[in-house]
Design a protein around this ligand. Sequence first.
Ligand code: DAH
Length: 344
Amino acid sequence: MSGLKEKIEKLQERFDEAIEGITDEKTLQEVRNLYLSRSRGSVSSLFGELKSLKPEEKPDAGKEINALKEHVQDKLQALQTQLHGPKVVEEMVDLTLPGEASYIGSPHPILIIQQEIENIFLSMGFSVEEGPEIETDYYNFEALNFPPHHPARDDWDTLYINDDFLLRTHTSPVQIRVMEKRKPPIRIITPGKVFRKESPDPTHLPMFYQVEGLVVDRGITFAHLKGTLESFLKVLFHEKTKVRFRPSFFPFTEPSAEVDIGCTVCNREDSACRVCGGGGWIELLGSGMVDPQVLKNVNIDPEEYSGFAFGLGIDRAAMFLYQIPDLRYFYENDLRFIRQFLQK
Ligand code: DAH
């Protein structure tokens, strides 16, 4: 027993020396292994020596080895804390560190332009209305003065759901829905998705956004249509934007006009411009005076009231405003693209 006691004391002395001046985790771990490793640690192997003692000596010897083991463990723990700080501190939040910014999303460029368009018209006294994306033939075509089998229907490549329903090809059916419910004066815009049977290419998609406008009141003339659209386009694009009205045809307006703006990219000065093709103009809207037949279809007397309407592609406007060469970018959901449009 006295031999063992001596061994214990020696080992403790050696250990105390060994841990002096330890400043790194690696050495600390080495010392821990040297003394406490279950199979080969010097303290652990002392327990093996208990076997050779007389039974009456064993309890005291056991106690002393345990005391040594505790001493070693405590010292190593203290050293560990000294090297790293206590565990709790390690897990505490350091408020002095700069925060980790998490991405919370940004508005889609089409939505940004839609909201800008809404704001311009709201400031002119219009209200915003919505309608269903699944429509009947009546609202999408017939009430808008497209008789059944009329060839003009071919201009709208329609996706039919079944014999009764289709995906609306334009936002114009919302005109009818609003006029059925409400009598003039009416001043609305109706933004939303529309669908057409198109193969995607840089300027065509099977789904895109339009905004429809409708004004019906007593004494509304083409001058109101021109004035409203010119002011709108000058706010949306630029004060100096040139606006041109070209005669056109739509079944639901008479007379009808397409509205172009002077090319925002080349300013009508580059005969090789990729955006306007050198023509100097970008086609942006369809418009016209509401056809008297359309007013009759919703029981508004065309002798008393007149109106104008227009339709604009929001994607197309966003394309020119942000100078994006391909419509498909809008729908690829590439965050590197979307995140650029936080501010206009
Ligand atoms: N609905 C037409 C289209 O999708 C656009 C349009 C043209 C709307 C003339 C109108 C309008 O309200 O008056 O091509």
